[in-house]
Ligand binder design. Sequence first.
Ligand SMILES: Cc1ncc(COP(=O)(O)O)c(C=O)c1O
Length: 382
Amino acid sequence: MPNLFSDHIPLLRPWLGKAEIEAVERVIRSGWISQGQVVEEFEKKVANYVGAKYAVATNSCTSALHLSLRLMGVSSTDEVICPSFTCMATANAIHHTGAVPVFADIDEKTYNLDPKKIEGKITTNTKAILVVHQIGLPADIDGFKLIVNKYRLALIQDAATALGAIYKKTRLGGDGGPTCFSFHPRKIITTGEGGMIVTDDKRLAIEAKSLGSTGASISDLVRHKAKGKIIQQYFSFGYNYRMTDIQAAIGVVQMRKIDKILSERKIQAKIYDEAFTKNEKIVIPYVPKYATHCFSSYMIRIKNSKVSRDTLIRKMADLGISCRIGIQPLHFEPFYKNQKKYKNVSLQVTEMVANDSIFLPIFPSLTRSQQNHVITSLLKII
Ligand SMILES: Cc1ncc(COP(=O)(O)O)c(C=O)c1O
């Protein structure tokens, strides 16, 4: 297999090793490879870690968000407020319910939805707010809770990138939820692909499990263990959003490493912060007092530099360093731009940040000398 990491410093690299390989091997040898006991073990580990009562594993965060939105009552006549400064998957999950995403602007310092910019977007069709904890930094959840309580809306949290991040002493997902995580390779821990809903709502957890598994009233595992005749029933149409035990086995091992992963990311973020903080052309990430950032990505903004952001990325690539432009606003994507109702969407902060932001490599196996190369190269270029 070609080594895709040998000739440059990548933007990210998942931290996988022998323990993950052995765990996968054990599952394969067991003969039970999907939606079994290892998935349950992984769900319990994540629920305990974040402080939630229940967890439901899925095959992606997109499907976890879709199930959460549907189970919070979002349907085709509704609008859901969300950021444009996010992954397409956030808005896709809203579309899967038939509802319409309504984009609101972000805060200039945190890059998360700004609670002050929400009320102007609320209409009689608004059903929910889908808050994204972007790039690993918790959004101001209490600000959104005030709004959803005032207008009787649902609150769903997209913490795809933010497992382990803390909001006012509580890990994201530990406040009742529903909160959704991703286990894509770019996230804090990975299962290849995968996602999870955490919640304190037993009904939501039971229904999410069922809806994510064709809507069946009992799981494959329950049916397998049953002696004699047992028939599943379908009270609703569902999906195949199941996670495999092969993926969950990787997740269980990754959860054993999460503290190490988070602390290494924190160290690397601090090294970047210290290297860039005095440079007036670089804006480093802002972390409000209420939050602990988990640095699933490290994003800076480039200001007043003669070298444009895009030239900088190209020059870094010439030096063997992979960087990426920041998050691209969804309302600029052809899918939205070409729709009449999004034609006049203008989000000043989102557009400004998207224009000058750049992601730098950050991942547990990034060495200090590689990180030094990133820092010195970037400073030299700008
Ligand atoms: C904010 C956000 N939400 C949702 C997703 C979708 O996650 P997944 O790829 O697991 O469906 C991502 C993935 O990058 C994301 O960054």
